[in-house]
Design a protein around this ligand. Structure first.
Ligand code: GLC
Length: 718
């Protein structure tokens, strides 16, 4: 393990800047500029880290050049976007968030880390923890949905899973919390566009998941591309340094997003590359990913006095410390040697299938079409996503191979060996071609039941993939309506990276599933749900809008002075649709019939250092086992600032056999009712609160209890 100060003292300026330079080379393209052959730069010590290279042969070849071929032998850091799996692909994050289970989230990250480390990767550019309430934004698929509490639990679980107990272990990878911050609220839902959110919303919604990631020990943070109220995040010293490092205590490395340092010129805040490099370095960006800005701009910036050597040394020190924590100095070839055993291979596919099953959200089953009864022997599978294994991986599928993914067609055939499952796409995923609808309808006529596999291609969400519409692409609606006109038992399986505007579909189809992009085991998981081999348990991690006009839509809105009242014209509502979403946050049906039998708050008055205990009795009146999720919301009824109508405070899950009763207990410390006060620092204001327990954010299904935190509200703010 080197003495970093001694090493730093030996380094030339070129070698120091080399450690701040991360270039992409290899097997995937994730940005607008490409590096080409980087071996020269590695040999000359001008490159300190590499992204988009994986596979132990390629990684160790470059590592050998750095360790054996450069003057100081400083090892390279290899980074890659292992967002929801490396080779075995798990559900996209928005889907996995629907499982509402931090234990599962950590397990899948752990397996992904093992596969990534075996491929020589030492740092993943994940978890992506950008809260978003705008499904036009393509990257909503990559994050954990609309709620900061879910996003914070997701952040903690993923950081723990990726980093494990020993960062230097050959089966651990460093995690990167991204994209800092409020990237999920771009103007017009368009990727990379400016963000204008209030300081309050920043502290109530977008910052908490990053604080959670830091508390979990995340080793890297990636600023987002956008400007926040005119200040590009890549040069946002107030948030990158004073909030992230000073106030929250982050002690890792800040890695710019792809080419983002150079793009400070395009933002119009830097006249040239020297100014761009200086702004980013001064703000606290340690590594310049694919910007070539530190390499080209820092020498000039030093000459012009825009930065000084202490600024450079501070960044280099952090990078060397990260490499040390990852064990790269002691074992530069450590990752890639620990071969994964056969148990892992079998186990990881089983975990992928479990995670996929638990990510499926049964939105509607009013006609009781699901699970398919034994009498269903002939299935017509129609729609462009019925036999689309590559699309099942979703965006950011790392080293995943679509050829190894299970399509819905193959999953159904494997699950129903005695049945006939016939497929017709009907229409392409996009475009105006309707020629195949007739053949698809013929297939449906001969079937006992129809599975309608519709939605988006994997490339219609993710980075640079915002949409101005939430409608089904192409002529899929024409196909769906032709199928629905037959009156056959029909299940709509929606595979997409965002909620789609399907209010015309729900209710006409016998059942509707949100199947997102479920990864390598998608087809098997969907078949498990359709056949009843597993009961659906997923719950929406975001509000599902009736139409685009409702966006942004989320449950934690402040009520305003004229909250929606259908009986009163002068209240906040639309003329054409209700304010409520098509399906609320937390919505998700099971095959059981679980009800909340009672809610008991043992003590309704507590002091600021105590906790409320909320006991929830549940009962499964159905004939099928169910995994129920219960949510605890709170509202601060009178506070120094207007507070959301409901804030999610906690989630609990309970498995119930048919006819079984069960109990979940929430313990809610009064401190958890704190919020950013007028100075945006956490404050707990004593007074009355409403606690609400229910199966989703649907106000009609919540059971309220009034409680009080003792003390003088007005004195709390000092
Ligand atoms: C991309 C993405 C970021 C990713 C990086 C490296 O532009 O914004 O999420 O980690 O580049 O691929």
């Amino acid at each position: 393990m080197p003495d970093i100060e001694r090493l730093l003292a030996e380094m030339t300026l070129a070698e120091k800047i080399g450690q701040l330079n991360m270039l992409a080379a290899g097997f995937t393209v994730t940005g607008p500029v490409l590096a080409g052959d980087i071996t020269g730069g590695v040999r000359e010590g001008r490159i300190g880290s590499v992204l988009n290279v994986f596979g132990v042969k390629a990684v160790h070849r470059l590592q050998l050049m750095a360790v054996e071929g450069t003057r100081l032998g400083i090892p390279l850091l290899f980074g890659f976007d292992v967002v929801h799996g490396q080779r075995t692909i798990f559900p996209v994050p928005l889907a996995e968030a629907a499982a509402m289970d931090p234990v599962l989230w950590e397990r899948t990250a752990r397996e992904a880390a093992m596969e990534a480390a075996r491929d020589g990767v030492a740092l993943t550019f994940a978890p992506m923890i950008d809260v978003s309430r705008d499904p036009r934004w393509g990257r909503i698929v990559e994050g954990p949905g609309e709620d900061p509490t879910v996003a914070s639990l997701f952040a903690e679980a993923k950081v723990r899973g990726f980093q494990g107990r020993d960062l230097a272990s050959p089966s651990a990878v460093g995690a990167t919390a991204k994209h800092f911050v409020a990237y999920g609220a771009p103007a017009a839902g368009r990727d990379y566009a400016s963000v204008d959110v209030s300081e309050r919303t920043l502290h109530e919604v977008y910052l908490p998941p990053f604080e959670a990631a830091v508390k979990a020990g995340v080793v890297a943070v990636m600023p987002a591309f956008h400007d926040l109220a005119g200040e590009p995040m890549t040069a946002h010293g107030d948030l990158l340094d004073r909030w992230l490092r000073v106030r929250t205590g982050f002690d890792g490395v800040v890695i710019s997003d792809y080419h983002a340092v150079a793009e400070l010129i395009d933002h119009g805040v830097a006249a040239d590359v020297a100014e761009a490099a200086a702004l980013a370095l001064k703000a606290g960006v340690d590594i310049d990913m694919m910007g070539y800005a530190y390499e080209a701009g820092l020498p000039k910036a030093l000459d012009r006095g825009l930065v000084d050597m202490a600024d450079v040394d501070r960044a280099v020190r952090r990078v060397l410390a990260l490499k040390q924590r990852l064990g790269l100095f002691d074992a530069p070839y450590g990752r890639g040697t620990a071969a994964l055993d056969e148990d892992h291979a079998a186990g990881v596919r089983a975990l992928a299938r479990e995670a996929a099953r638990r990510s499926v959200v049964l939105l509607d089953n009013a006609a009781g079409v699901l699970p398919f009864p034994d009498t269903v022997r002939r299935i017509a599978l129609v729609g462009p996503l019925g036999d689309a294994p590559y699309d099942m991986l979703g965006s950011w599928s790392a080293a995943g191979d679509g050829a190894e993914a299970v399509s819905i067609l193959n999953g159904l055939r494997a699950a129903m060996p005695g049945s006939q499952v016939r497929f017709a796409a009907g229409v392409p995923i996009d475009g105006n071609d309707e020629a195949g609808i007739a053949a698809a309808i013929d297939l449906c006529r001969q079937a006992d039941a129809v599975v309608l596999a519709i939605g988006e291609g994997a490339n219609m969400s993710g980075e640079a993939a915002s949409r101005s519409s939430l409608d089904l692409p192409g002529r899929q609606r024409a196909l769906a309506e032709a199928v629905l006109d037959l009156g056959k038992p029909t299940v709509a399986v929606i595979c997409a990276g965002r909620p789609l505007a399907v209010d015309w579909l729900v209710g006409r189809a016998g059942a509707t599933l949100a199947a997102w992009f479920l990864g390598s085991e998608a087809g098997n998981a969907i078949a498990d749900i359709l056949t009843g081999a597993a009961s659906p348990s997923g719950r929406l991690p975001l509000s599902w809008p009736r139409n685009l006009g409702q966006v942004p839509i989320f449950f934690a809105e402040r009520t305003g002075g004229r909250p929606d009242d259908p009986a009163d014209r002068f209240t906040s509502k639309y003329l054409d649709v209700p304010n409520t979403p098509l399906f609320p946050f937390g919505h998700g049906l099971t095959y059981g019939d679980v009800t909340i039998a009672g809610v008991d708050v043992e003590r309704t008055e507590i002091t600021a250092d105590e906790a409320f205990d909320i006991v929830v009795d549940l009962r499964n009146e159905g004939r099928v086992a169910a995994e129920e999720t219960v949510f605890l919301f709170a509202r601060d009824l009178v506070a120094s600032v207007a507070r959301p109508a409901m804030d999610l405070k906690s989630i609990a899950r309970c498995a119930l056999a048919p006819g079984e009763s069960g109990t979940v207990v929430f313990s809610l410390p009064a401190r958890d009712l704190s919020f950013p006060g007028r100075d945006l620092r956490p404050v707990l204001e004593p007074g009355e609160f409403e606690l609400m327990v229910g199966p989703s954010a649907d106000r009609k299904r919540l059971i309220p209890t009034r409680v009080r935190v003792l003390g003088d509200r007005r004195s709390a703010n000092g």
